[in-house]
Design a protein around this ligand. Structure first.
Ligand code: NAG
Ligand code: NAG
Ligand code: NAG
Ligand code: NAG
Length: 263
């Protein structure tokens, strides 16, 4: 059943030219930058699909400020970001593109972006400590797959930020992607099942444990589930849905394996 859904989803995407992560998600999306330089060097130049790399086809913040300069892209939906590509200016000012960090946010970090961001506020896709080559692309794979809607490109030092094109790649986040799974640790407690009186148990019949995991990831407030290798009254997966984090409350039961997700 799960494989069928995946296949349908795949074909549907191919029709729409969205072939698993090959589409540039940033293209023509809303953007914002620290400051406007003027002369038409607006932030949207970084996502307009124009791949020229002369001074006038790029985004451009004002001159040096006391705080680092950044450019923010709103992808207008949640994605799992897997890689980015940045096209640099071709003349000597291209050397300004160095020591940058690309982070992903689930909410708009607002006009006041903090510079000492802690890890639970955003997810760092990639940190690039080097100087990007002039006039060409720097293509970077995220060192961690990040889920979110807003992508922030920030220079880690006080210099003008100018980007000729920023391309962002990833997969739509629909709560059931397999790529998100390696980021999560699925802990296992054999011979027990969760039975907290404060939680609702939602029963399912699934093909295997992965389908049970996927069901849980799609469900708000599902943080753990019981899986039994054998059907009991047509049920082998119980999603444990809680509105507050329950105490770890178990029943000893050799037919079940209790599992929970930890990030
Ligand atoms: C930026 O700085 C340069 C050199 O310091 C100066 O010539 C230019 O007018 C400044 N531009 C703006 C928009 O402040
Ligand atoms: C980087 O991306 C650009 C634009 O898609 C592509 O033309 C180039 O071949 C890529 N470079 C590398 C080294 O993969
Ligand atoms: C990059 O920026 C960080 C943060 O400001 C700084 O600590 C570090 O020294 C910089 N690295 C380079 C290579 O400039
Ligand atoms: C259930 O909720 C009550 C009230 O919030 C709390 O006192 C109790 O410890 C909870 N029980 C478990 C097993 O989490």
């Amino acid at each position: 059943m799960w494989m069928k859904l995946l296949l349908l989803f795949g074909f549907w995407n191919i029709d729409k030219k969205f072939v698993f992560g090959l589409e540039n998600l940033a293209l023509n999306k809303p953007t914002r930058q620290t400051s406007e330089y003027g002369s038409g060097l607006i932030s949207s130049n970084a996502v307009d699909g124009n791949l020229r790399n002369d001074d006038y086809s790029c985004s451009h913040t004002k001159n040096r400020t006391d705080t680092p300069n950044w450019l923010l892209v709103d992808l207008e939906a949640e994605y799992e970001i897997t890689s980015i590509k940045v096209l640099n200016r071709r003349e000597h000012n291209g050397d300004r593109l160095n020591n940058f960090t690309v982070s992903v946010w689930q909410y708009d970090p607002g006009p006041h972006i903090k510079y000492n961001m802690v890890d639970n506020e955003n997810c760092i896709c990639v940190h690039y400590p080097n100087t990007a080559e002039r006039g060409t692309w720097t293509n970077l794979t995220c060192t961690k797959i990040c889920m979110g809607r807003f992508v922030l490109f920030i220079l880690n030092y006080q210099e003008i930020l100018s980007i000729c094109e920023l391309e962002i790649f990833g997969n739509i986040y629909n709560g059931c992607s397999t790529q998100y799974l390696p980021e999560m640790n699925i802990k296992k407690v054999e011979g027990k099942r969760s039975s907290s009186p404060n939680c609702t148990l939602l029963p399912y019949e699934v093909v295997n444990v992965y389908e049970c995991i996927h069901q849980c990831l799609q469900m708000n407030n599902c943080i753990s589930f019981n899986y039994g290798p054998n059907l009991i009254n047509t049920v082998n997966c119980q999603l444990v849905r809680c509105f507050s984090h329950p105490k770890q409350d178990f029943t000893v039961d050799s037919d079940w394996i209790w599992r929970y997700l930890s990030h």
